[in-house]
Design a protein around this ligand. Structure first.
Ligand code: GRG
Length: 328
């Protein structure tokens, strides 16, 4: 990585390099990093496919190989694993469905078995919160994942939606933001999860739009980048978590778009492609997709429009005929 890169040196999105970078990820089996990120294999494919599709290059990855690989991760219980030899988790079933929806290949898996196998209904606690798997951790991320997954496959009737909303609202704080659990500090990642979850079930009227938009736009620092909560460093991924929330609330114009765009572009690796958390750091596919998706929300020319609730291209969501609710 060229650590001397500065905000002024890269003023455009280096799409051909990012395509090559994403293509190269699956061929790095001699790198320690490849094996250390085994638990991120399926999410990594979702991030790669989404970034490529937004950049109009979804064909740069072998479609049928990806579909076969995703299918191979369906456990006999129906749910999906991050990779072979891993346990199933709500997150991985969501990532599998997101990839297959994007590739228009949802009909290639046994969907009923996946939804019944992961048994989202059984992952819901009586207070409305969700666990991600049998080990019992509760987090507002899992409420979002459950609603995202079930809405994509049109099975929201499988859970108690009223209780789900009730619990998410317990995570709301005096500053208008949301945390991971009731009483936890507001954090942009959790705010995305709660706002997007409420959007899916048409419950955005519970959000204090102005108060929360104010908290979100205060995340922008002098260098244009966004942080995830007060007193923290900027990070390209918050270009997604903050901006998508502002987009759902209809207030993207409350931040300085030009400065944010420049910040994201400055975090690109101009030699080998990919985007990092901030200029000079190592790139990865997580920051690459959220940088590209953030630019899409900013209206960067030549990118497909991303859906701010699902983080998949808008045309995919239209194709499967889902309505979601925005405040603008
Ligand atoms: C389908 C888009 C999509 C998401 C699935 C996994 C998930 C649902 C949401 C994650 C939301 C989240 C909590 C994002 C934040 C990720 C992040 C950079 C956490 C770092 O937290 P800290 O406390 O970093 O280490 P800060 O920036 O506060 O110093």
């Amino acid at each position: 990585m060229a650590s001397t890169t500065t905000a002024d040196t890269i003023n455009e999105l280096l799409i051909p390099l990012h395509v090559k970078y994403i293509q190269s990820l699956n061929t790095r089996k001699n790198d320690l990093e490849y094996w250390l990120t085994e638990h991120l294999r399926l999410s990594g494919i979702y991030w790669g496919v989404t970034a490529l599709d937004l950049m109009n290059h979804v064909d740069a990855l072998p479609r049928s190989e990806i579909i076969d690989y995703v299918k191979s991760l369906q456990h006999e219980n129906g749910g999906f694993r991050a990779d072979k030899d891993h346990d199933t988790h709500l997150s991985n079933t969501l990532y599998a469905v997101q990839i297959l929806v994007t590739l228009d290949a949802l009909d290639t898996i046994n969907l009923d078995k996946a939804i019944e196998g992961i048994d989202v209904q059984a992952l819901q606690n009586t207070d409305g919160s969700f666990r991600g798997d049998e080990w019992g951790e509760v987090d507002s991320r899992f409420s979002y994942m459950a609603l995202n997954l079930l809405s994509l496959v049109k099975r929201l009737d499988a859970i108690n939606v009223e209780k789900t909303i009730e619990w998410i609202l317990l995570c709301k704080n005096y500053d208008g933001g949301f945390g991971s659990r009731p009483g936890s500090e507001s954090h942009a990642g959790q705010i995305f999860c709660c706002v997007a979850a409420l959007a899916i079930v048409d419950a955005l009227h519970h959000v204090d739009r102005d108060l929360l938009s104010w908290w979100l736009c205060e995340r922008q620092l002098k260098n244009g980048g966004l942080n995830g909560r007060p007193q923290k460093l900027e990070d390209v991924c918050y270009s997604w978590w903050v901006l998508s929330s502002l987009s759902v609330l209809g207030n993207v114009h409350w931040i300085d778009k030009d400065k944010l765009s420049k910040f994201i572009l400055s975090a690109q690796d101009p030699e080998n492609g990919g985007i990092s958390d901030r200029p000079g750091d190592m790139v990865d596919v997580f920051h690459t997709v959220f940088g590209v998706a953030g630019l899409s929300l900013l209206g960067y020319p030549g990118l497909k429009t991303v859906n701010p609730v699902y983080c998949i291209p808008k045309y995919v969501i239209s194709r499967i005929g889902i309505d979601q609710y925005y405040m603008d």
